[in-house]
Ligand binder design. Structure first.
Ligand code: S3P
Length: 176
């Protein structure tokens, strides 16, 4: 089976949905951020603060190149992974791209904690809602390139998983 690649903004549930989906459809699971942390031997926060965003994006590109060679994986990306058109093209080669979205309020409540999302923290000059809105606006076109989109604002990762499984079966990607 093709890979199923979850893209979308921070706080849309890519990791929790990815894990649930992989176990539901019997695929391996890979989380791009976790693989970056493993490769660097540091947390995302440490990579950003000690080595900078460019270095983080290079790790991200390396992880995408490695993962795009596989099949039968559910891959949860980071919120900025597909900002790089080469990353998106690689993931599209043998993957179906699913975007998770959420309302501004849902994203705000899921990403309130400072210190774990360096890109959001850097945009936040005291008004987190505005920081999210601006970043969302700048990325909307990127996320719109997905094959299928699920709004996760008011539903659990398990419900999102059911929705994605239905879509994969309907499209003949996943066989019953
Ligand atoms: C980022 C999102 C994060 C992580 C890094 C950069 C972004 O992933 O990759 O902090 O640019 O949106 P999550 O979407 O899993 O929070």
């Amino acid at each position: 089976m093709k890979n199923v690649v979850l893209i979308g903004f921070m706080g849309t549930g890519k990791t929790s949905t990815g894990k649930a989906l992989a176990s539901r459809i019997g695929c391996a699971f890979a989380d791009v951020d976790q693989r970056i942390e493993r490769a660097a031997g540091m947390t995302i926060k440490e990579i950003f603060s000690q080595k900078g965003e460019a270095c983080f994006r290079q790790y991200e590109k390396d992880v995408v190149q490695e993962l795009a060679r596989h099949k039968n994986f559910v891959i949860s990306t980071g919120g900025g992974t597909v900002k790089d058109p080469e990353n998106l093209a690689l993931l599209q080669q043998n993957g179906i791209i699913i975007c998770l979205t959420a309302s501004l309020d849902a994203i705000l409540s899921r990403t309130e904690k400072h210190g774990v999302r360096p890109v959001l923290d850097a945009h936040d000059h005291g008004d987190r809602r505005q920081a999210i809105q601006e970043l969302l606006d700048s990325r909307r076109g990127i996320y719109a390139q997905a094959d299928y989109t699920v709004d996760t604002s008011t539903v659990s990762p398990l419900q999102v998983t059911t929705d994605i499984v239905y879509y994969l079966k309907r499209e003949g990607i996943l066989h019953a």
